[in-house]
Design a protein around this ligand. Structure first.
Ligand code: FAD
Length: 381
């Protein structure tokens, strides 16, 4: 492990093929990928690695049951391909980091046979799309078995549940593992180092960055042949730093989670509530001896405070308590956290709120590259 002084020396004044700005999941994975391809890469993070959105997730490795529903309803082949790809990536994550991931069974409690049929068909398609990457087949679970696995569920009218499998991961540690692997492969990574300016060559093209060490206060200059903007929620600020005239293309959707002691809802499985008042899904997931419940969706601006509000706690409890035999109270909440989904708006104009989630899945594979000719371009995959 290199010391901070060594890291600073290895970076300052050096020439790199690639500079990645932002040490969240996107930037760290991007830096590792580049380094593995023999591209000499430096990764700069303003705060701590995984300190922003990448430690505020629901921690589910999913293909996206909800996105599949949207793909089918919208007859959207692009959306469909995103789900198929994510289903395959899911298994890679489970295989690559068994110490930071696990298979997780989800139960969707059902109170109407029509719901059972709808879910059963949808999840069979999910299984089918996963093909060889299927974790385990979805199935109907009887009322008795459902209550054995989730004894605190509301029994009134409960028919049983539909079960499917996805994964769970430790988002922050997974991100750190990417950074460690990147360094192990010879990459240079520095946290608490904020990029504040771009350097330009005589033709005005981006040729490097100026960054400020947030601990010692030193200013670093480094050259880079290409620069990746992986700053998530603040991507527009970096894009505009490269090209002031570009219009914004990020929308931020705040998502809040709350946590309860797991003995208030003892379970090894996760629960999916398929439709909340807001029309989205809600998860209740066992996580580190707690029950993690989330999430909300509310549009915010870069720089807005990301803390869990009382209103959000009330909303989450109202959705959850419909499914519980004994309602949980605000006083049962032991912790909470919120993050901003950095969503890239697609094309002209902004898409409606219900489209945020599908855009979210896309943005996880999207980064903005500030090209050498300083025309910031965007890409999605
Ligand atoms: C509520 C919620 C629930 C989610 N649930 C899931 C889930 O269950 N499963 C899943 O797979 N995904 C989930 N996601 C999505 C996932 O968390 C994000 O896709 C991912 O974390 C985005 O990572 P990122 O690297 O793009 O952004 P970030 O993690 O925000 O990283 C950007 C980094 O850039 C840095 N930065 C900014 N400006 C500068 C600068 N000038 N110089 C240097 N560094 C800078 C920031 O400090 C930050 O660390 C969820 C997201 C939210 C908000």
């Amino acid at each position: 492990m290199k010391s901070r002084v060594e890291e600073l020396q290895n970076i300052s004044g050096q020439e790199f093929d690639l500079c990645v700005i932002g040490g969240g999941a996107t930037g760290s994975a991007c830096a590792l990928d580049a380094q593995l391809r023999g591209i000499r890469t430096v990764l700069l993070e303003a705060g701590d690695f995984a300190g922003a959105t990448s430690s505020a997730a629901t921690k589910i490795i999913h293909g996206g049951v909800r996105y599949l529903e949207e793909a089918i309803k919208d007859v959207d082949p692009k959306e469909y391909h995103v789900v198929v790809r994510a289903l395959h990536e899911r298994v890679r994550m489970l295989d690559n980091a068994p110490h930071l991931t696990r298979k997780l069974e989800f139960l969707v409690p059902s109170f109407h046979w029509l719901d059972v049929a709808y879910l059963d068909i949808g999840l069979k398609i999910y299984d089918w799309l996963a093909g060889s990457a299927r974790i385990s087949p979805s199935k109907f679970v009887s009322r008795e078995e459902t209550l054995r696995r989730m004894p605190q569920l509301n029994r009134d009218g409960l028919l049983g549940s539909v079960e499917y499998a996805d994964g769970q991961f430790d988002d922050a540690r997974y991100n750190l593992a990417l950074v460690h692997t990147f360094e192990h492969q010879g990459g240079q990574a520095l946290n608490h180092c904020r990029v504040t300016e771009f350097q330009r060559d005589s033709a005005g093209r981006l040729s490097g960055v100026v960054a400020v060490d947030q601990i010692g206060g030193a200013t670093l200059n480094l050259s880079a042949r290409a620069i990746v903007n992986a700053t998530g929620p603040v991507s527009d600020l970096i894009r505009q730093m490269a090209t002031p005239s570009v219009s914004k293309r990020m929308r931020l959707s705040k998502g809040s989670h709350i946590l309860f002691p797991l003995d208030l809802f003892p379970t090894d499985d996760a629960m999916l509530i398929p439709k909340t008042e807001a029309g989205s899904v809600l998860f209740a997931v066992p996580w580190g001896g707690r029950l993690l419940v989330g999430t909300t969706e509310r549009e915010v601006e870069p720089g807005d405070d990301l803390y869990v509000t009382e209103e959000e706690i009330t909303y989450l409890l109202r959705q959850l308590n419909k499914y519980l035999a004994k309602p949980l109270q605000p006083s049962d909440v032991v912790a909470g956290f919120a993050g901003a989904r950095p969503l890239a708006s697609a094309g002209e104009g902004f898409r409606k709120l219900w489209e945020f989630r599908s855009a979210n899945l896309r943005q996880e594979r999207t980064f903005f590259m500030a090209e050498k000719d300083s025309r910031a371009t965007s890409g999605r995959s």
